[in-house]
Design a protein around this ligand. Structure first.
Ligand code: UT7
Length: 326
């Protein structure tokens, strides 16, 4: 059987660190509140003249280097992002041009923080269609540029970064075993950015009202997120006839340690097998999972044949999972 195997990973986070103590000087908050309510200690912040595709480009180059591939070897570049360089063209086209992947078809996926899982699911289908293809999947974000730095309810949570993986068709048991995708658009008001689109085109008024910033009902989203992560993880296990103990490592979307702990408890999944790096990066939206995949690969926390469970949720509301034999 042909499967889509992850042959390489790469990630990049901008060097500038913003700590909880730095935030104490910007809004009424405390290191103690942020760490105990979210699990975040610090996050990376992109420079003013940097755009999302710049971060994606660095992650892409690192993945290509690990794969030993040239940019021209890529057939597709699928980028999950909620903070694109521009409305159009897509951020993937900028990444394509910056790395020189002349043969690739590039496009973006917008499904909130779950975008990376949606992109991964599409990549799997492209490879099943033609196993000779090499497909790059990215999650890349500069959330700091859509953050209201006076809103303590959101500004302490988000960060910037990018992750990339490369998939190739391979005969055997290793690769993507399943993906499951969901959404409930009726819950859109839990997390959104109202300004700049066709509903509220940019104007002095939209800018004055701060409509170009993230709006979030954090507490309500928290409850939806716990249920979504638990349900989609259980669905993935059931589909693959697996039990929690069969999974070697779970990489959940890193939005809040308490959300992850509550979801793991609901499905009796041991926290020792859950990978967390939210402390260092905060919530980098669609980039949290590919950054974590790169870290576990480079730090030797996964080995060939391990079973990995990815699960995510995000604005929309969207949620999804993937099971991978590494
Ligand atoms: O990728 C998806 C993105 N988003 C999420 O996943 C967010 C999901 N939600 C969360 O992570 C949590 O709801 C938050 C971390 C945002 C908030 O934690 P919470 O335990 O749900 O707190 P809360 O919103 O119920 O607020 C509790 C209190 C409030 O004060 P009062 O009304 O009890 O006096 C807030 O005003 O904490 C206050 N508060 C803060 N205090 C210090 C809210 N933000 C802060 C802050 N520092 N940064």
């Amino acid at each position: 059987m042909i499967r889509s195997r992850i042959i390489a990973t790469g990630s990049y986070a901008p060097p500038k660190v913003l700590t909880n103590f730095d935030l104490e000087k910007m809004v009424e908050t405390s290191d103690e509140w942020i760490i105990s309510r979210s699990g975040i200690r610090e996050r990376r912040i992109a420079e003013k003249n940097t755009s999302t595709s710049d971060l994606g480009t660095q992650a892409a180059l690192r993945a290509l280097e690990m794969a030993g591939l040239a940019p021209e070897d890529l057939d597709f570049i699928i980028t999950g992002t909620n903070s694109p360089d521009m409305f159009f063209p897509c951020t993937g086209c900028f990444i394509q041009a910056k790395i020189g992947a002349k043969k690739a078809a590039a496009f973006d996926v917008s499904a909130g923080c779950t975008s990376f899982i949606h992109a991964l699911s599409l990549a799997d289908k492209f490879i099943k269609e033609d196993p000779s293809r090499k497909v790059m999947v990215l999650g890349a974000e500069i959330m700091s540029k859509v953050t209201d730095w006076t809103d303590r309810g959101t500004c302490v949570l988000f960060g910037d970064g990018a992750g990339a993986i490369i998939l190739a068709g391979e005969e055997g048991e290793r690769g993507i075993l399943s993906t499951h995708l969901h959404s409930d658009g009726a819950l859109w008001e839990l997390l959104y950015m109202p300004g700049g689109g066709s509903a509220n085109p940019s104007s002095h008024e939209t800018v004055d009202k701060g409509m170009h910033y993230i709006k979030m009902a954090g507490n309500q989203l928290f409850k939806v997120a716990v249920r979504a992560l638990a349900d989609v993880s259980q669905e993935a296990l059931k589909y693959n006839r697996l039990k929690s103990q069969d999974i070697d490592i779970m990489i959940p979307h890193q939005a809040n340690t308490r959300i992850i702990e509550a979801a793991a408890k609901l499905i009796s999944f041991p926290m020792e097998k859950v990978f967390l790096n939210i402390e260092k990066y905060g919530n980098t939206s669609s980039a949290t999972i590919p950054i974590a995949m790169d870290e576990v690969q480079r730090e030797g926390k996964v080995k060939a044949g391990d079973l990995m469970l990815l699960c995510s949720f995000g604005t929309g509301v969207t949620w999804g999972s993937a099971v991978i034999r590494w």
